[in-house]
Design a binder for this molecule. Sequence first.
Ligand SMILES: [Zn+2]
Length: 178
Amino acid sequence: MKGGRHVFRWCPHCRTEMARRTEGGELRPVCPSCGFVQYLNPAPGAGVILLREDRVCLVRRKFEPRAGQWSLPTGFMEWDETSGETAVREAREETGLEVELTGLHAVESGILPPDIPVLVVFYRARETGGLLVAGDDAADVGFYRPDEPPGPVAFAAHRLVLARLAEELNRKGTGDHG
Ligand SMILES: [Zn+2]
């Protein structure tokens, strides 16, 4: 069954031992007593692509997973947020900068180590205020060429976004828009 350690063994509502049933073409954990079905879904997050000329804002992670490695400023959506609100909040919390979103950049799926499937909405953003300072979740923050991050980049989805961004900026740099 999909979900590994995230599959409930005991119903979180009535504490009955969970069973299995095919629901909508998928074998899912179900509670034989109260009927609760555990739908396993990726966790959505959001973040920003914030540029200063040809450099992009990266933060060094303070916490696991991948503490000490670098990532774009991103985080999980809170229950009552839109993805755009998450992106603005995470930028503020991790970088100290106030930002305004200017468009959708990319949507990528990935695995947050060790085994949490995520979907991350990356927005383009521009600075509107604040001061660049590493926030509570960050050990460091700065602007770097996307193809020259100051250390290992933590997540495959972020590496992919940075690689594409580097190509995009290189094309602009050479005046070749083909
Ligand atoms: Zn139950």
